[in-house]
Design a protein around this ligand. Structure first.
Ligand code: URA
Length: 262
């Protein structure tokens, strides 16, 4: 199977045109064209980025299909769309999961950090969720060299100086101590409410317990312990709503114009 190609009925349901079952019906009835040719084969696959799909001669507009994805970024992947050093990017991870199109990350994770990353094609959503004013908190599991004592943990909680500026109060817990060949290491849960560059690593450096391993486990209301590194899933509508604030409609619902072909 070619990466990026998805079943036509899935495309029609993802764009909000019809349910998969209705889409199959439309295809069977000869009402769907791909690049100008009628398609009646149910298993037909298309590339939503390049193929032009019409239902009853009306264009199914991919741009209207806002998607909100949760990706578990593996270590050794850059969270940008392209990389001058040609390292693996999140676009490669998405393509392996059969997802193509113009998606970009909401914020960043370092090359060496693994864990949850939101990816979307909805610029307004990305802006709202990433904006510090919105204060979406993020939780990390940081495995650090040595075992910080109570005083160290309190310093992290109260804030440490990074580049002359104090970090905002954080929630910090010691989860467990693990024995490694290099000696004892502590696994900390650290929840921060801002997103400065390499913040968790700098915070742990400031208490002289450098990070050995870093994983993001929660973004605001969104967590998923079952999503393995490299896996991607769509956010549930209630997760999207919770991320932008219960009191506000998701950006997409304010301005999405669905194709009303059926
Ligand atoms: N803090 C870091 O140090 N790295 C990340 O990737 C995210 C937060």
């Amino acid at each position: 199977m070619e990466p990026g190609r998805i079943r036509l009925n899935k495309h029609l349901s993802q764009t909000g045109t019809a349910s998969r079952r209705t889409a199959d019906e439309l295809i069977r009835q000869g009402r769907v064209t791909v690049n100008g040719r009628v398609v009646t084969e149910l298993g037909t696959r298309i590339d939503p980025a390049t193929d032009q799909v019409k239902v009853d001669a009306r264009r199914v507009r991919t741009a209207d299909a806002r998607r909100y994805l949760l990706l578990n970024k593996p270590r050794g992947v850059v969270s940008t769309r392209s990389d001058p050093q040609r390292r693996t990017t999140i676009v490669d991870v998405l393509a392996r999961a059969g997802i193509t199109g113009y998606f970009y990350p909401v914020g960043r994770l370092d090359f060496d950090t693994e864990g949850l990353l939101l990816v979307t094609n909805d610029g307004e959503f990305a802006e709202v969720v990433a904006h510090p004013r919105h204060g979406v908190e993020r939780t990390y599991e940081a495995q650090v060299a040595g075992v910080p004592d109570t005083r160290d943990l309190d310093r992290l909680r109260r804030g440490v100086l990074i580049d002359g500026r104090r970090t905002r109060p954080a929630d910090v817990r010691l989860l467990r101590v693990v024995r490694t060949r290099q000696g004892d290491e502590a696994v900390l849960s650290i929840t921060i409410h801002e997103g400065r560059n390499r913040q968790v690593r700098h915070m742990c450096d400031a208490i002289a317990h450098p990070v050995e391993r870093l994983r993001r486990t929660r973004i605001g209301p969104v967590e998923d312990r079952r999503l393995r590194p490299g896996q991607v899933r769509d956010l549930r509508p209630q997760e999207v709503r919770a991320l932008v604030g219960e009191d506000r409609a998701a950006p997409s619902t304010r301005r999405r114009r669905r194709t009303s072909a059926v």
